[in-house]
Design a protein around this ligand. Structure first.
Ligand SMILES: O=P(O)(O)OC[C@H]1O[C@H](O[C@H]2O[C@H](CO)[C@@H](O)[C@H](O)[C@H]2O)[C@H](O)[C@@H](O)[C@@H]1O
Ligand SMILES: O=c1ccn([C@@H]2O[C@H](COP(=O)(O)OP(=O)(O)O)[C@@H](O)[C@H]2O)c(=O)[nH]1
Length: 512
């Protein structure tokens, strides 16, 4: 089946929500306890962290998967958000989620750090599941409503949705990098993906470079005219009548076009909520407890990542292991806490990564730990936000050494939590956050010697230098928080001709 077969359906049922977010994962995962009772638990990852506050404010609906196979839950309210589950079978999870999303697109879009796998069955499953998400979104959105589609798992949804519901305004945000054409062009279904995304009115990316890569791919594959962030998508007359007139124009060649915009909107966090947590006495007490539990070393370094090969955990461990081997640091003085939260555990590349990371941690600990001091405290677990903030407060140096990362919210959360203006952020230039957090110690994680030097610089940095840098970092995350991100995106979606404005949209948002 191809997306072209998704025929317009004038009789598609219409819903009641003016704003609908569609993402692969719901903000909650369904967990069945051993006694058979059901619990809805906040799901992992930066996307959920970023969108939850927006949705609570907007009183919209969130369409997505509950994280388990064959779940047929009816729509329900959770924590002030209307949840609309989409069912995925075990085969869908294997082929659409673990397969095409996380073993084809994920490595391809992260600059082929791991080799992407191309399977036609996975693609067919991706098309089928995208169709299902689009139908569900179409059925819950009010007439002339807005649908905001999230991320690489759902790139065909904008086109299918436009065919089902031409009355809708459709936005898409890509949370991961969009690769250069030389890499993207490997994808056997590259044209279908671009056509799928062009169903949206506004396509958002994390970095300006991602938006540029996408626009170049449009020109190379479809030969559409582009000017700055605007892309002219040819349409026929029948379709043009259903679209808002402001979005339709006549091209220089005299054909009707719909203008789509591709722009960057760096995602952020709910900065104030992290600072509020960090100021809580119980969380500060927990931070002290963490340091004491580590033997009160002079310097605590921290890494927090999903256990993913994009995060550069191996490079970080190598640099720290070599510093210990060189005698540049000792375990009495410096310890590393590495949270590696479980992720995509049935995908082979992730299983292999876990083996490699755990072998390396075991070797470094075996070689350098003492009875009283452990070189690396390795935690293959996921933690609630309170514990994350306590870890941020307890750490002198935060290591973010991603080889490629759409944004990396952990970097921003560390900064937001450090209301004491202390702590040093070591940040990979290959994380989207590096475009904004320029006062961090920026590193190329592939350069192990350079990384070692930056770690030593962070450990030895004077208090006044730490304060100066952290103040500048905190200004950025305070000025540009998640509310500003969503407001910028939604206001541009409503009025693409304006520069992104940060005034309130009709769904509420920033009070700036
Ligand atoms: O849903 P999973 O397969 O368990 O993965 C978790 C999420 O990981 C990815 O996060 C990305 O979005 C973050 C927020 O924009 C960004 O900071 C980070 O750099 C990205 O990697 C993924 O894009 C999400 O769809 C997943 O839910
Ligand atoms: O044990 C953990 C590990 C991570 N996170 C959260 O997961 C998100 C990770 O987002 P990021 O953008 O850094 O990376 P992603 O996992 O989305 O690629 C951040 O909000 C973290 O605070 C968490 O709550 N508990």
């Amino acid at each position: 089946m191809s997306t072209e077969e998704a025929a317009p359906r004038p009789n598609t049922p219409v819903g009641t929500y003016d704003l609908v977010v569609v993402s692969n994962r719901l903000p909650v995962d369904k967990v069945t306890r051993p006694d058979g009772s059901v619990e809805w638990r906040t799901s992992p990852g930066g996307l959920v962290t970023a969108l939850e506050p927006v949705m609570k404010q907007a009183d919209g609906a969130w369409v997505g998967w509950a994280g388990v196979a064959d779940d047929e839950s009816e729509p329900f309210e959770h924590d002030d958000i209307s949840i609309v589950p989409v069912t995925l079978s075990a085969a869908d999870i294997e082929e659409y989620y673990e397969g095409f999303s996380n073993d084809t697109l994920w490595p391809l879009y992260h600059d082929v750090i791991a080799p992407p796998t191309y399977h036609r069955e996975w693609w067919e499953s991706y098309v089928r599941v995208n169709q299902r998400f689009a139908e569900k979104a179409a059925s819950v959105t009010a007439t002339d409503g807005t649908v905001w589609v999230q991320d690489y798992q759902l790139q065909l949804v904008p086109k299918i949705l436009r065919e089902l519901r031409p009355d809708l305004t459709i936005g898409f945000f890509n949370h991961i990098p969009f690769p250069a054409y030389g890499i993207f062009s490997q994808l056997p279904w590259r044209a279908q993906i671009i056509e799928g995304l062009l169903g949206a009115d506004l396509i958002g990316f994390q970095r300006a470079a991602d938006a540029g890569n996408f626009t170049r791919a449009v020109r190379r594959l479809l030969s559409f005219t582009t000017k700055g962030t605007a892309i002219d998508v040819p349409i026929d007359e029948e379709i043009s009548e259903a679209i808002e007139p402001a979005r339709v124009s006549t091209s220089r060649r005299g054909s009707l076009v719909r203008t789509v915009h591709a722009r960057h909107f760096p995602i952020s966090i709910d900065t104030q909520s992290f600072e509020d947590l960090a100021r809580r006495p119980d969380i500060q007490a927990r931070a002290k407890e963490i340091r004491a539990g580590l033997g009160n070393p002079k310097v605590v370094m921290l890494g927090v990542d999903r256990l993913d090969y994009t995060k550069g955990i191996g490079h970080r461990l190598k640099a720290f292991g070599e510093l210990l081997a060189d005698g540049a640091v000792t375990v009495e003085d410096v310890t590393l806490v590495q949270v590696a939260s479980p992720s995509r555990e049935r995908v082979a590349a992730y299983q292999q990564l876990r083996d490699e990371v755990e072998l390396t941690v075991g070797r470094i600990n075996g070689d350098y730990s003492s009875i009283s001091h452990t070189a690396i405290s390795y935690l293959h677990q996921g933690y609630p936000r309170e514990e994350m903030v306590a870890l941020y407060l307890a750490s002198d140096v935060m290591l973010v050494t991603a080889l490629r990362d759409g944004m990396n919210l952990v970097a921003k959360e560390y900064v937001a939590s450090r209301f004491d203006d202390d702590g040093v952020l070591v940040l990979s230039e290959f994380a989207g956050a590096a475009d904004e957090l320029k006062s961090a110690l920026l590193v190329n994680p592939h350069d192990i010697d350079g990384l070692k030097e930056s770690i030593l610089e962070a450990i030895q940095m004077t208090k006044s230098e730490r304060t100066k840098r952290m103040r500048a970092l905190r200004k950025r995350v305070r000025d540009y928080d998640v509310s500003r991100w969503s407001t910028a995106f939604l206001s541009t979606l409503t009025d693409p001709s304006g520069t992104p404005s940060y005034v309130a949209t009709k769904w509420g948002a920033s009070d700036r």
